[in-house]
Ligand binder design. Structure first.
Ligand SMILES: Nc1ncnc2c1ncn2[C@@H]1O[C@H](COP(=O)(O)OP(=O)(O)O)[C@@H](O)[C@H]1O
Ligand SMILES: [Mg+2]
Length: 347
């Protein structure tokens, strides 16, 4: 798989960041200097995308759009169709049906202009073993009219000391980080990162996350393919859950989580017996269950305050109060019936 080059216009500049917040709130951020002159529309707009390989339907009726300044996650297990979706999105694969627009441009018909605005880190990329890191960086930099600050990128991804090293001597994690640098080197308006942090150690992963947030703060739309929950939860404004080629859900990480559980859950040990109706009568409470000495209450809103106040009014103290946050992992299992990854596959 080749690397998609882009000759980028870096005029997105250093605008500070309300973009992502606006995107998360469902508004299109006003970035002023936004898109290149002719390009317009959402950063990414995919409608009813379908892609088959022979008799295998890899992507079936997937639709979503991504705003400028948004980090949009595509999350799903191996084989779900994530890579196929982004390869179609950037014009590397023609879809069987459906439409794709990147800032209003068709990636098949407007290939050259799309390459100016999109930076891509693909899951598989390889360079000639005998090239040095610095040579690869220089070559890529030369493709762009106004490249990003390469030193800053290289520092941020911990490759500063590696410029003289041969590509073949890099570890898997270092190669991965180099591919992220190359995706961002042209200062793209849209960055597509496929499994960006797979193979990175925890520190490198956190560094990569910080870098992505900085890039987003400049108004760049980021499409982040991942199978790591923690990454999606930490970084993404919205997440598309994809399973077996289908878009199963699309929401904020918090929204997905809440949807899966139907709200919050608290556990406590009451100081004495009480009538469940004391709690089930509260608007915040959905259900009350007993688990040995523990009481488990599920509900929404200011659940904990409401429960503690109601108990207090009845002369009961709640001890050992625990609030468990339901996670995106729970959401995934609930919405798809499958686990996202096996043990040992954690970041
Ligand atoms: N070039 C290809 N030819 C045939 N089948 C493919 C090809 N690429 C991917 N697939 C199949 O399509 C499905 C989706 O793959 P992919 O998009 O790579 O998923 P993901 O990135 O979510 O792991 C898988 O069943 C995979 O085996
Ligand atoms: Mg993939």
């Amino acid at each position: 798989m080749g690397i998609l080059h882009s000759v980028a216009d870096t005029s997105a500049g250093a605008d500070a960041s309300p973009a992502a917040r606006a995107a998360a709130a469902g508004r299109r951020p006003d970035l002023g200097a936004g898109a290149s002159p002719a390009a317009d529309g959402p950063a990414v707009e995919i409608t009813h995308l379908r892609k088959t390989y022979g008799s295998l339907v890899a992507v079936d009726d997937v639709s979503f759009s991504v705003a400028e300044g948004e980090i949009f996650g595509i999350l799903g297990p191996n084989g779900a169709g994530k890579t196929t979706t982004v390869e179609c999105a950037i014009g590397l694969r023609p879809p069987d049906s459906g439409t794709i627009r990147l800032l209003g441009l068709d990636p098949q018909a407007d290939r050259d202009r799309v390459h100016e605005i999109v930076g891509v880190q693909l899951q598989e990329s390889a360079f000639p073993a005998k090239l040095r890191v610095g040579e690869i960086l220089e070559e890529y930099r030369s493709f762009y009219r106004r490249p990003a600050d390469v030193t800053e990128l290289v520092d941020a991804l911990g490759l500063a000391g590696k410029r003289r090293d041969y590509y073949r001597s890099l570890s898997g994690g270092q190669r991965q980080r180099l591919s992220v640098v190359l995706a961002l080197i042209g200062g793209p308006k849209i960055a597509v990162l496929d499994e960006m942090t797979t193979g990175l150690d925890p520190q490198a992963r956190r560094d990569a996350w910080e870098l992505i947030e900085k890039v987003r703060d400049r108004g760049v739309a980021i499409v982040l393919v991942t199978h790591f929950m923690e990454e999606a939860e930490r970084l993404c404004d919205r997440v598309a859950l994809i399973d077996s080629g289908h878009l199963v859900a699309l929401d904020t990480p918090a929204g997905l989580t809440a949807r899966a559980r139907g709200g919050k859950r608290m556990r406590f040990v009451p100081s004495g017996p009480f009538d469940d109706r004391l709690l089930t009568g509260l608007t915040e409470v959905a259900a009350v269950q007993h688990d040995g000495r523990h009481v488990v209450v599920t509900g929404t809103g200011e659940l904990v305050n409401a429960v503690i106040l109601a108990l207090h009014a009845a002369g009961i103290t709640a001890r050992d109060v625990q609030l468990d946050a339901s996670t995106l992992e729970d959401a995934f299992v609930r919405l798809t019936g499958t686990r996202l990854h096996q043990n040992g596959d954690q970041p």
